[in-house]
Design a protein around this ligand. Sequence first.
Ligand SMILES: Nc1ncnc2c1ncn2[C@@H]1O[C@H](COP(=O)(O)OP(=O)(O)OP(=O)(O)O)[C@@H](O)[C@H]1O
Ligand SMILES: [Mg+2]
Length: 256
Amino acid sequence: MLEVSGIRKTFVQGRVATEVIRGISLTVADGEFVSLIGPSGCGKTTLLKIVAGLLPPTAGQVALDGKPSLAPSRQKAFVFQHFNLFPWRTVLDNAAYALELDGVDTRTRAERARGLLQGVGLAGFEQYYPAQISGGMRQRVGLVRALLLNPRVLLMDEPFGALDALTREVLQGELLRLLAATPRVSTLFVTHSIDEAIYLSDRILVFSMRPASVVREFAVPLRKPRYEYNWRRDPTVVGLREEIWNLLREAAQHGT
Ligand SMILES: Nc1ncnc2c1ncn2[C@@H]1O[C@H](COP(=O)(O)OP(=O)(O)OP(=O)(O)O)[C@@H](O)[C@H]1O
Ligand SMILES: [Mg+2]
């Protein structure tokens, strides 16, 4: 289980101090999917970077399975909005990067990467380079690469934000399928889309404007797997969407 407790972050630039995060605590259980949603600039990416170990907090602790985890680690995979694939490596070699680091032999590497790439519709593109595939395809490679790290924690910062609505929806379904096959992974997902958060999450945390704190937490009571039915028409979705929307509007109005 991932435990984030009492995280605070203040950035100091010269003589100006900006308090960005004020006391955030949250947990993500094994196999749980938690989304963070909040006004632009409130500190979501900052929190994710702290959890990933890419940025030190001013105060607070991050723990994984009960052990402090404030440094970067193979157990915590990060998927960014614009995926940073290696341009000189093929799709297959990008996807299998973690296995290569582990010294896994070429054949096993290719087999495992091909399996997951096929699952996200990339069969036949293994030998392409990032510049030769579309944005949606790049995000898929990034996702496969992160999962092949065999992480305990998957941190995703608006991974589908740059995609068109249809591609985005297809990728959301693929993500849910991939995660269903990796039951121990705890996912912390940042998004601006309320519907995306509802579709993907077990719980949604709504953040206040900067300095960020958790305003409210929602459990999403929809049955799984959600790609098998029209979840948008579920009556609970309408109420949930409106409640979150109202909170976000309020938070944005009280912005600094
Ligand atoms: N390295 C840094 N140095 C100084 N200030 C920073 C740094 N990184 C982020 N900030 C500040 O922290 C605040 C929150 O930024 P952050 O990127 O976490 O917001 P966000 O919630 O992810 O926003 P968005 O939804 O637009 O992506 C901003 O005011 C930003 O200027
Ligand atoms: Mg951000």
